[in-house]
Design a protein around this ligand. Structure first.
Ligand code: DC
Length: 230
C-alpha cells in the first residue's frame, strides 16, 4: 500500500508557501490546502455583513457560514456558502482585516477543526502559519519558509498584478511588515517555526529549487514509510 504523509508548509506572508505547496502537491499527486484562504473567507463574510469588527459578531458569523475548498485544475477554488470567492478574497481590503480576524480564538478553533478533518487521511500539502505547530504537530514533514520582506513584497506585487489588483510596492511592503508583526505576536497560535521544521530561506532560490528540495525530502520519508508498513 502507498502511504500518504502530511506535509506542513508554514511561514510569513509572501514567503512562497502557496506556490510551493501547490506545485509540491501536484507532483506528489496530493491535495493542496491553503488555510489562509479560510481565514480570508471568514473576513469576507464579516465585511459583507456590515457589522462592527467585534469578536462576538464574527463568532456568530462563522457559525452560520460554510467554507469549502475544492481542488481545481490550476488552483484551489474557495466557496463561501457555495459561492465562488476565489478571486475576491485576494483583495487588499480582505488582506487589511484578515490578521485581526485570524487572531480570534473561536475562529481559529473552528478553522483548525475543519483543517484537521480535511487532512486526516494524509496525502495533503497544507500551508499556513500554524500547521506544523498546532493543526498537525505530528506531520511527517514540516517546512518553514522565510524570505526577506522586500523580496516577499516583490512577489506579492507580481501575484496581485496578474489577477488585476493594483497596489504600489510600498503599500504591499508596509502591509507585509504589519502582518508579520501581527501574526507573530498574537496570543493564540502565533506564527512560529516548529522545533522539528526545516527552515528554508527562499530569498535567493527559484521556485523549482525550493520545490525540488521539499519533494526530495518527502519522497525519502514516503519510501521509509512504505518499507516500515510493508
Ligand atoms: O497566507 P495568507 O496571506 O492568505 O493568510 C491570511 C492571514 O490568515 C494571515 O495574515 C494570517 C492568517 N492565517 C493564520 O492565522 N493561520 C493560518 N494557518 C493561515 C493563515
Amino acid at each position: 500500500m502507498n502511504q500518504k504523509i502530511i506535509i506542513a508548509i508554514d511561514g510569513p506572508a509572501g514567503s512562497g508557501k502557496s506556490t510551493t505547496a501547490r506545485i509540491v502537491a501536484k507532483r506528489l499527486n496530493y491535495i493542496y490546502i491553503d488555510t489562509g484562504a479560510m481565514y480570508r473567507a471568514v473576513t469576507l463574510a464579516w465585511l459583507k455583513s456590515g457589522l462592527e469588527l467585534d469578536e462576538q459578531n464574527v463568532n456568530n458569523i462563522v457559525d452560520n457560514i460554510t467554507i469549502n475548498l475544492i481542488q481545481g485544475e490550476q488552483q484551489q477554488i474557495v466557496l463561501l456558502n457555495n459561492e465562488d470567492i476565489t478571486q475576491e478574497i485576494r483583495k487588499p481590503e480582505i488582506t487589511k482585516f484578515v490578521s485581526p480576524i485570524s487572531a480570534m480564538g473561536y475562529i481559529r478553533k473552528k478553522m483548525v477543526a475543519q483543517q484537521r478533518e480535511m487532512g486526516k487521511f494524509g496525502g495533503v500539502v497544507m500551508d499556513g502559519r500554524d500547521i506544523g505547530t498546532v493543526v498537525f504537530p505530528k506531520a511527517e514533514l514540516k517546512i518553514f519558509l522565510i524570505a526577506n520582506a522586500e523580496e516577499r513584497a516583490k512577489r506579492r506585487l507580481k501575484e496581485l498584478s496578474l489577477v488585476g489588483i493594483n497596489q504600489s510596492f510600498d503599500e504591499i511592503l508596509q502591509s507585509i511588515v504589519q502582518r508579520d508583526q501581527y501574526d507573530s505576536s498574537r496570543d493564540i497560535s502565533p506564527l512560529s517555526k516548529a522545533d522539528d521544521a526545516i527552515e528554508l530561506d527562499t530569498t535567493n532560490i527559484t521556485i523549482d529549487e525550493q520545490c525540488n528540495f521539499i519533494i526530495d525530502r518527502a519522497l525519502k520519508i514516503i519510501e521509509r514509510f512504505n518499507k516500515f508498513c510493508g
